[in-house]
Design a binder for this molecule. Structure first.
Ligand code: ATP
Ligand code: MG
Ligand code: MG
Length: 379
């Protein structure tokens, strides 16, 4: 069989590798960490950084086609690889998603509303910021994730202090919107321009990190869901996107759909699709990378996903413990995915639990039981 390569060895790479292997492919992972979650399960683990030319050369030699699990791969590395091998997503699409300013410019080009915002990359632009953007959220234009590299700022003094604290790197200041809901849509597009998507996902964040995803969305109206699905497909088409893309949305308290950001890869909020749909987001990644037929996924079960952060590995006394898996797995329809990370840290994504059921109500009821057993808040 052919070998598929992936840049990055985190949990997204691991689940890509698992999907690729079940379809008969060999897999190669590029990641400097000898114990990376994906490297541990791949056929070939190239222990090098994505900036290491030898590592890239090895990945290229090994692989018939290459994808990424990590959105901050330098576009240059994807260009180099793309000159010799099929690469999905392509460097230009990844470049748009790597920078919040260019991402928002793309939303505008595609006619999709996003939060009022301004680029802050010089003291002059900082001084010229409109008061209408305050209170706001200052976000580094690049490299932020899980709410890192952002600060809520109430006024101009707080804004200036936050920009200093972030090292005066290029940032985007967004108006802080009153949110009713958060949604996301996973979409896949191939070279023929065919677009398929997963159903709209409803997401709950805690401390800037995804905590719970429910599908179907219990609270978004059918009209809002159709709008989100259409916006995601539009973006994939406008970007001439190749591969799997996730678009995050806000629903404001006055019922407007606003695009937040895009991830040029499978997304944490799409993990439920492994157990709740007949084609998962990782299957879609394999299919688009390899030019295999792209069929529309069908959700066969209602699903609720709970993220399992490292905090669960510590008791109230601070001592490390194992979460009560037997009790959780005694509940019907629970699917436990642990990523094989060698050490737990608070806030670290260690795994996820998907609860599937015949109805959304049943999935939610069981997920609430699982959450209670794990000591997670209700939702
Ligand atoms: P991810 O891990 O999803 O990549 P991130 O670090 O890129 O996260 P964002 O998605 O920009 O961060 O923001 C994290 C969360 O903060 C959002 O999901 C939302 O709950 C809140 N948030 C971000 N921007 C705004 C805004 N303009 N108004 C209100 N809330 C916001
Ligand atoms: Mg992000
Ligand atoms: Mg986000």
């Amino acid at each position: 069989g052919a070998t598929l390569g992936v840049m990055g060895g985190g949990q997204l790479g691991r689940m890509f590798v698992q999907a690729a292997q079940s379809m008969g492919y060999f897999t190669a992972v590029l990641d400097p960490d000898v114990t990376s979650p994906a490297g541990l399960v791949a056929h070939y683990h190239i222990e090098a950084d994505y900036l290491d030319e030898q590592g890239l050369a090895q990945l290229m030699q090994r692989s018939a086609a290459i994808t990424t699990e990590f959105e901050n791969v330098p576009a240059g590395a994807l260009v180099t690889l793309g000159a010799h091998r099929p690469v999905a997503p392509t460097a230009d699409a990844v470049a748009v998603c790597q920078d919040r300013a260019s991402e928002k410019a793309q939303f505008r080009r595609s006619g999709i509303p996003c939060a009022p915002h301004a680029l802050i990359d010089t003291p002059e632009r900082l001084a010229a910021v409109s008061d209408s953007l305050l209170p706001g959220i200052l976000k580094t234009a690049r490299l932020g994730y899980d709410g890192k590299g952002q600060a809520v700022v109430a006024d101009r003094a707080a804004l200036a202090a936050a920009w200093d604290a972030l090292g005066q790197v290029p940032c985007v200041l967004e108006q802080k919107l009153p949110l009713a809901l958060e949604l996301s849509v996973v979409v896949a597009r191939n070279a023929h321009g065919d677009v398929v998507q997963l159903p709209v996902q409803q997401n709950l964040h805690r401390s800037g990190i995804l905590a719970v995803t429910q599908v179907p969305s219990p609270d978004a109206s059918p009209a809002l869901q159709a709008q989100a699905a259409a916006a995601a497909a539009q973006l994939a088409t406008d970007l001439q996107y190749l591969g799997v893309l996730c678009v995050e949305f806000f629903v404001t308290t006055d019922g407007r759909l606003v695009a937040n950001e895009m991830a040029p890869r499978p997304h944490n909020s799409g993990h439920w699709s492994i157990d709740g749909a007949d084609v998962s987001q990782f299957d879609l990644q394999v299919r688009t990378l390899c030019g295999l037929p792209l069929v529309a996924p069908r959700q066969h079960s209602a699903a609720v996903m709970l993220n399992l952060l490292g905090d669960l590995w510590f008791g109230t006394d601070g001592a490390e413990r194992s979460p009560p898996w037997p009790a959780v797995l005694a509940l019907p329809g629970t699917h436990l995915h642990l990523y094989g990370k060698t050490s737990a840290r608070p806030g670290r994504k260690m795994g996820h639990l998907t609860v599937t059921a015949a109805t959304p109500e049943a999935a939610r009821a069981t997920a609430l039981q699982a959450a209670a057993l794990l000591g997670l808040p209700a939702f």
